[in-house]
Design a protein around this ligand. Sequence first.
Ligand SMILES: [Zn+2]
Length: 331
Amino acid sequence: MAKFNDFDFLHHEKLDEGLYRVFEDWGGPQLIDIYVVIGEDKVAVVDTGCGATHGLRRYIETYITDKKPMIALMTHSHPDHIGGCTLFDEQYIHPVELPQLAWGLNNKRRVHDAATFAFTGMPGSKPHGDLERAMEIWKYCEENYVDVKWKEIDWKLLNDGDVVDLGGTKLECIYMNAHGSLVFYNRERDYALCGDNTTYTLAIGNITQDLIDRFDRYLAHFTDKTMFYSGHTYYEDGVTRPPELTMDMMRELVDAMRTVLAGGSFPDETAPEHFVVPGAPTLAGYTPDPDDEESWAAMRASHPERKGETPKPGPRVVHHVGPILFTYAKG
Ligand SMILES: [Zn+2]
């Protein structure tokens, strides 16, 4: 008998007229944030979680809207964002993501990621979820994951400047390659759905002038009042995070990048723990391997702009910028 229900891992909140955030919450400190935008003609689901259970679409139809069609817009192809894409009627992605779909949509990888989010998944934190529960979740997901035949998906491609028209609601596509490829901007309501490019848990490689220039060009698309909605939320003792990131926070983040590039450092810098849990060989067995040449080769091929940045996670540090937990390569 299954101990869990597909809906046990999902909850949601309303953010704006026609905008909802669904949390994929595996019980660990980091949550996966999925956005539902309701237009007059169709519904966009921006990122789709791990696809480690079948529940996402039924959850949206039960608690938010059953308007059809429902299309999936991907910010990038990492397993925790793309896994549920085939639950929806159409799938949209930026072409740079195509070479690494085998990695992002791998069934075992996505189930593993859900279990990882159940007990850790936070850079800089020791695993402190409930390991026993994580193993139960893993078992449940291994029996209930979305079986994705990734080669059979009929992808529709979105490029910088394209507009997704949902009927009365338009989402502009902005190409931003820091951790991901697309950000979806509702200019009328002045909010951006950012995936992991503008997120509470921003993780990038080396900080280069080119990266800083990219952030400057990216932020120039928005206004001083734009609300940036993150691809992840995380729990930290005693900290309440606002529902959105602001332009002021983003400017502070880019200033921190300039400080790092100039050789500066921050008093709170700590080295992140890798996702290996002592005493949990089964979980560790699926741990993404930083020396997995094939995965990293696909990553490099799909993100040509990142050539100057460290393709492998070398020495990394974590630093708080306001509510943002910022992880980057250093040294
Ligand atoms: Zn992510």
